[in-house]
Write a protein that binds this ligand. Structure first.
Ligand code: GCW
Length: 690
């Protein structure tokens, strides 16, 4: 049987009585062109959305309705009147894939809202856009909307282990993807596809990048449990097509994470050397086979030579050589290879490693390859400096990898919005070609670029473990679509659709989320650029949740004399990997932004900050401030009792109870540790309570 689950932001609660007549007038009659499967999704969403929002389903017409004052028309530019007669057809066809126009026009004496696009998925996005306008109470009487996605690819990367159905770094229950039961499809796939399409996401990688098998059989083939590599076998490709057929209706393409040693493990070859002609042929045949089964297949995602995964280094080949054999296999097909830059190298400081492996091979990648770079050089910490690779590979298609799931930000428990963090990342100026070049510009400029987000959903009723964390999935899609939206706009939009029209609730929820990220940084790190102070755990799937600053001292550099890591040009050299003037900015502790100070510098505990406070005192203060903010967020949430439905109120309250305790644990553990290392007490006399 199927579990029940939340509607998230697609609740379609009835709109205010006062607004309803206006919307009904415009939307009760709808004419949607025939054709592609996406149009079926458009019709179904209109029925469902308008039934909820306006209390009645629309009349769906096969032709423009004649006897009504006003109607909605959805279709491709030339395909149907009135669109072909009221819209600039060239403008519509020239929209980027996924783009759409929604305009209020007059046609033969009738009022008409036309929605058109250059692609079927554009019509899906436009439909969700229109429904969002209604759900958020926006006027629709005089629309002139022209939307195009800023990023060409907007993909969710699931770290879901097929067959076993566990989710690496997932905190919301089992994987929603049930490979045993495929090709039978679940209702939940459709609802997931709706959630994704409603915010413009156009790709899903359903399996973990850890595909679970090294080049050669080892004694530890228990990792075969994670057996993503098996998905390339024919019987599983047929299952994949069943999944793809659901997502396709919403304009979403399915991808696969693949194992670099697949030619050996699956193909029975002796080697997976990318320069071996047999290997080349094997990949080519495999990709051809996939397209026979899944005609709109999106491509491969690859984690190679990283954390035990096989890769081109096994054969002394570079990442470019390794990726290109796959890129070539996609020639003649509309798909690409997303090659992750999350690799380690020999250097002592992990921060410099990805750049060392990749920057010198800029320009060597096949056109069908995108290099996918994590936002920071460490690993999805609450705040990191921006990866130096974004300013270092102008000749390569780049993708930015963000994390929706909260591996280091409180997992499925803490309320931590990642939206403000992602804004900071995308707005960061890399100074790439000597002038202003933000990460979002770097991404926007090349073909085959995009943003990938490590997924957050699981079988849980709430999808994300904590209802408020649904906002990260929502915000991810909205930002990929339009990185110029503000965190506030996105969060407010989400809150309004998720919790209804009560202004007080919308305001409070929005503020809670917007304040949550800074709190998260403060109690997890002390706010001066330290990171990675969590407990690792003993099992293969570690904990990464509890505080344990003693476990990885090399990441924070605390000694009796001082704290921080010297990553300046004369230290590990991370700062030197940036373009000017960033190197200079970070190299000097006087100009280095305070929030990253100890990432770049090892400083005496009593080093004075610009306002005269010492480093150690600032750490104490921030750790306390972070935990205090969490108490405050919790109070604000408690005040909403009675204004939010009881089920969700209780659920989030339980998360906040735990969050408040954990924030204090982090505060106390770190304060105690810093005190023990430095011997400098908190001048405000706040003695750790644990
Ligand atoms: O730091 C690590 C995570 C792993 C993850 C890896 C990666 C999927 O802890 O769980 O593996 O990052 O991004 O590949």
């Amino acid at each position: 049987f199927e579990t029940t689950y939340d509607d998230c932001w697609l609740r379609y609660d009835r709109v205010d009585d006062a607004l309803r007549p206006g919307y009904r007038r415009r939307l009760t009659h709808a004419y949607v062109s025939e054709g592609a499967p996406e149009l079926g999704a458009v019709r179904a969403e209109l029925r469902r959305g308008l039934e909820g929002l306006l209390g009645r389903e629309p009349h769906l017409w096969q032709h423009p309705p004649r006897s009504v004052d006003s109607f909605l028309a959805i279709g491709h530019p030339e395909e149907m009147r009135p669109i072909s007669e009221t819209i600039d057809v060239d403008e519509a066809w020239n929209l980027a894939d996924g783009g759409f126009l929604i305009r209020t026009v007059e046609w033969e004496g009738q009022e008409c809202t036309v929605l058109t696009a250059s692609s079927d998925r554009g019509l899906v996005y436009g439909t969700f856009h229109l429904l969002r306008l209604v759900a958020t109470g926006e006027p629709i009487d005089d629309l002139d909307v022209r939307e195009e996605p800023a990023n060409e690819n907007r993909i969710v990367n699931h770290w879901d282990n097929p067959f076993r159905r566990s989710v690496e770094r997932g905190y919301a229950g089992q994987s929603i993807f049930d490979w045993e039961r495929l090709p039978d499809v679940r209702e939940r796939y459709f609802d997931y596809a709706r959630l994704l399409a409603s915010v413009g996401i156009d790709g899903v990688v359903p399996n973990n990048v850890n595909t679970g098998i090294p080049s050669r059989p080892t004694e530890n083939d228990a990792v075969a449990d994670r057996a993503g590599w098996q998905l390339l076998a024919r019987e599983n490709l047929e299952k994949l097509e069943a999944l793809a057929s659901v997502f396709r209706r919403y304009g979403i393409r399915i991808y696969l994470s693949v194992n670099y040693a697949a030619p050996i493990r699956l193909g029975g070859l002796e080697t997976a050397d990318p320069l071996d002609p047999g290997v080349r042929q094997w990949w080519k045949d495999k990709v051809d086979e996939i397209y026979e089964i899944v005609p709109d297949f999106g491509g491969f995602l690859v984690k190679a030579d990283s954390e035990g995964q096989p890769g081109p280094y096994d054969y002394d080949r570079s990442h470019a050589e390794g990726a290109n054999v796959l890129g070539e296999a996609f020639e003649g097909h509309d798909g690409r290879v997303w090659w992750r830059a999350f690799v380690y190298s020999e250097h002592d400081d992990r921060a410099v490693q990805a750049y060392e492996a990749f920057s010198h091979i800029d320009g060597e990648f096949h056109d069908n390859v995108t290099v996918q770079i994590k936002n920071g050089p460490i690993d999805f910490q609450p705040r990191e400096p921006i990866s130096t690779l974004f300013g270092a590979m102008p000749e390569t298609s780049l993708g930015c990898e963000l994390q929706l799931t909260g591996e280091y930000t409180g997992q499925g428990v803490h309320t931590a919005s990642h939206v403000p963090m992602w804004k900071e990342i995308l707005e960061f100026d890399t100074h790439g070609d000597g002038e202003e070049r933000t990460v979002k510009d770097v991404l926007a400029d090349v073909e085959g670029q995009g943003i990938a987000g490590v997924g957050v959903v699981g079988e849980d009723e709430s999808w994300t473990g904590n209802h408020l964390l649904q906002s990260n999935l929502y915000g991810f899609g909205r930002l990929c679509w339009d990185p110029d939206l503000s965190s506030e706009e996105i969060t407010r939009e989400w809150a309004r659709q998720t919790f209804g029209g009560d202004e007080q609730v919308v305001e409070t929820v929005t503020d809670i989320l917007l304040d949550s990220w800074h709190a998260c940084i403060d109690y997890h790190t002390g706010g001066l650029g330290l990171m990675h102070m969590m407990y690792n755990g003993e099992e293969a799937l570690e904990n990464h949740y509890d505080p344990a600053p003693w476990e990885w001292p090399e990441y924070h550099g605390a000694t009796a004399e001082g704290i921080g890591v010297d990553r300046t040009s004369s230290g590990s050299g991370y700062a030197a990997q940036y373009r000017d003037p960033l190197t200079e900015l970070y190299d000097d502790p006087e100009s280095c932004p305070e929030e990253l100070l100890l990432f770049f510098h090892h400083l005496p505990w009593e080093y004075e900050l610009t306002d005269g406070t010492t480093v150690i005192q600032r750490l104490y203060d921030n750790l306390h401030a972070g935990a205090a903010t969490v108490d405050d967020l919790r109070e604000r949430w408690l005040d909403l009792e009675g204004s939010v439905d009881e089920r969700r109120h209780r659920h989030v309250t339980a998360r906040f109870d735990e969050h408040a305790l954990q924030a204090k644990r982090w505060r106390d553990t770190l304060c105690t540790y810093f005190y023990e290392k430095s011997g400098v007490p908190d001048e405000r006399g706040r003695v750790p309570t644990e």
